[in-house]
Design a protein around this ligand. Structure first.
Ligand SMILES: Nc1ncnc2c1ncn2[C@@H]1O[C@H](COP(=O)(O)OP(=O)(O)OP(=O)(O)O)[C@@H](O)[C@H]1O
Ligand SMILES: [Mg+2]
Length: 245
């Protein structure tokens, strides 16, 4: 028994030491990624502006337009990737506000209403005042709902519905629950554990950082995010956010 005890102790120590090594490594990788993303952004900005000037000069040369379009698309993809990488590796500094969530939800709903109508998808947003508003960072939380709505739109066919519903946690804890659900394609069981991983994507042009950043933002706000999907019958993301003191 005594011997066993010691073995267990050492194992625990080893585990902690390994964990420390892993988190230190991750921190170094994070810094490196942020540094690279930052350095790449400047030349990329130069390429983007020069390309726009070139496109204007060559506006009457129809034969070169398809080539310019390809370069433009690829450059904006790189821009998006660098922005997302920076967002993901930046140290967290939340600029929170009582009314931010109310503003953000209204903003995102407005932004996506047009796209939803065009695709023939019903968009419903329900956030009654009495649910209460957690303090959130407006810019970061905008990213959360924009990503969730964008994903929902990408995976829902004409005639479907996207709904944001909210409630106060029933068990008396001071938490707000927000659900974003769609009636779309759903997520395959084998992918349920992967969708929050950085760079996991099933879309040909996807980067796979959307949900990784959504989860990080929710965790940075002291909240949680869970996912339920019935294959072929839609997806629901459930976010819980603490109502501040
Ligand atoms: N509402 C949804 N319905 C079905 N599948 C979804 C939904 N939301 C996410 N997914 C799946 O999770 C994957 C990861 O989503 P995530 O937003 O992280 O990346 P992405 O949309 O592929 O790329 P991007 O970085 O451009 O957002 C998607 O490729 C898709 O397979
Ligand atoms: Mg996405």
């Amino acid at each position: 028994m005594f011997h066993l005890g010691i073995v267990k102790d050492v194992t625990e120590q080893k585990r902690l030491a390994q964990q420390l090594i892993i988190s230190e490594r991750l921190a170094v990788v994070g810094e490196l990624v942020a540094g690279v993303a930052h350095e790449v952004r400047n030349p990329l900005f130069g390429i983007t502006t020069t390309l726009s000037a070139l496109a204007r000069r060559l506006a009457d040369r129809k034969a070169v337009q398809p080539f310019l379009d390809v370069v433009m698309t690829e450059v904006s993809r790189l821009n998006y990737l660098m922005e997302q990488l920076l967002e993901h590796s930046r140290p967290v500094r939340l600029d929170t506000d009582d009314s931010a969530l109310r503003v953000v939800i209204a903003e995102v709903a407005e932004e996506f209403r047009g796209q939803a109508e065009k695709k023939g998808i019903k968009l419903t947003v329900e956030y009654p005042e009495e649910v209460g508003y957690p303090r959130v960072d407006r810019r970061k939380m905008h990213g959360v709902f924009a990503n969730l709505f964008e994903n929902a739109l990408q995976h829902t066919a004409r005639g479907g519905e996207i709904r944001l519903a909210s409630s106060r946690e029933a068990n008396g804890s001071s938490q707000v629950q927000i659900q974003v659900s769609d009636t779309g394609a759903g997520i395959a069981v084998e992918n349920l554990n992967k969708v929050f991983d950085p760079f996991f994507t099933t879309r040909p042009n996807g980067v796979g950082l959307g949900l990784a950043i959504v989860r990080k933002t929710i965790h940075d706000h002291g909240g949680s995010i869970a996912l339920r999907s019935d294959g072929g019958r839609g997806t629901t993301f459930t976010i819980k956010l603490p109502l501040g003191s």
